[in-house]
Design a binder for this molecule. Structure first.
Ligand SMILES: Cc1ncc(COP(=O)(O)O)c(C=O)c1O
Length: 375
């Protein structure tokens, strides 16, 4: 059957690449002369890594950060440095070294694995030392960092390009824990300098730290790792200083319009009963598309620019909404589930607070069934 017979998707997320690039420029201006690494792990936080990476490359981004090897290989064709931020496994190294992926050194054992593979392939491998200053997840612990780095820099097939650490609490401006991490990292750099080791790229900041701890974008730091800020103003504790704009709008269509009688129950669990005869619409999106179940009886969508409250429990594929305020609503109408303009706009933060989660989870929950459209 010709492709033109394929019906349009019922649920799609529009990603505004011009807004994405404008956000990127604002971040660059805010942190310069430090450089920005675009963190595009998890398919660019669910929004589609290839178009986003290509748009950022055109806007002059200098490097990418990812979580794991397949994400790194997907970005290799863009010919910019790609860096794994987390950790690596020994059987991943042949492909990573061959593809020139920048690798994390999380302990001396990892340094030796990389050395061995680099020697086998007769290559010098760019590495960044990952220091655990308080995240408690991955990396070289502070008490052993100086010694480990001193040993690792002697390995001939390692090219120590960077040193970095990560924050668990940079969302809160003025947080003493974050300041202690910064101080400890600076003390380590000082010790390494005394050992005659100077590492070209030094970075701690993620999005929140760039806003709330601006010293992490200043000397001796010269790189920031930005993920979520590329996609909009999603700092949950409100410290955000940049005028970023949300890049995504999640849309679907109205699939049914009916007048339902007083007393009728709506949806699984009988959680909503109509107090009077009501015009009720059903939209073709549910929790399988990424609508949080927590929006049941609480959230709303926009139809013809008008907020329409969600009635009853969100189902896997459908959601029921009140249409009283949109008497002209018709089957086939476009529905904005997330996004929109002006005071009626529904933000990722709104959903996150209704669900009791953070914006990262909202973005990453937009499912595979949802088409990504780039505008
Ligand atoms: C090590 C590391 N750096 C930077 C980032 C980017 O963080 P954000 O999206 O908050 O900018 C992440 C994301 O979790 C990360 O794990």
């Amino acid at each position: 059957m010709p492709a033109s017979f394929s019906p349009p998707r019922r649920v799609w997320v529009e990603v505004d690449l011009a807004t994405l690039c404008a956000n990127y420029r604002k971040i660059v201006d805010a942190v310069k002369p430090a450089c920005v690494m675009a963190v595009l792990k998890a398919n660019a936080y669910g929004l589609g890594v290839q178009p986003i990476a290509a748009a950022l490359a055109k806007s002059g981004v200098e490097r990418f950060g990812v979580a794991e090897p397949h994400e790194a290989l997907a970005l290799s064709p863009l010919s910019l440095p790609v860096q794994i931020l987390g950790s690596i496994l020994p059987d991943e190294l042949p492909a990573m070294v061959a593809a020139d992926v920048v690798l994390p050194v999380t302990d001396l054992r990892a340094a030796q694995w990389i050395q061995d593979e680099g020697a086998r392939q007769n290559r010098r491998v760019k590495v960044h030392f990952k220091i655990d200053t308080g995240m408690g997840r991955l990396g070289i612990l502070l008490p052993e960092a100086r010694k480990t780095i001193n040993q690792a820099v002697r390995l001939p097939n390692l090219d120590p390009e960077g040193i970095y650490s990560h924050f668990p609490m940079a969302c809160r401006a003025g947080e003493a824990y974050t300041q202690q991490q910064i101080d400890a990292f600076l003390a380590l750099l000082h010790d390494l300098k005394a050992d005659d080791i100077s590492i070209p790229l030094r970075h701690m900041a993620n999005s929140d730290a760039s806003c709330n701890f601006p010293q992490t974008a200043k000397v001796p730091f010269n790189l920031v790792r930005t993920g979520i800020d590329l996609h909009g103003p999603f700092d949950t504790e409100g410290g955000g200083t940049l005028p970023l704009r949300q890049v995504l709008t999640l849309k679907t269509r109205l699939i049914s319009v009916r007048h339902l009688p007083t007393g009728m129950s709506i949806g699984y669990g009988l959680t909503h009963r109509l107090a009077c005869e009501t015009s009720v619409g059903t939209i073709s999106a549910g929790y399988a598309d990424g609508l949080p179940l927590a929006l049941s009886n609480r959230g709303h969508v926009l139809i013809r620019g008008v907020p329409c409250p969600i009635l009853g429990r969100i189902s896997m594929d459908y959601t029921t909404v009140a249409l009283d305020q949109v008497p002209d609503a018709a089957v086939g109408d476009e529905v904005i589930c997330l996004g929109g303009e002006g005071p009626q706009a529904i933000s990722v933060k709104d959903w996150a607070s209704l669900k009791g989660t953070h914006p990262y989870e909202i973005l990453c929950s937009i499912s595979n069934r949802v088409e990504r459209r780039y505008v």
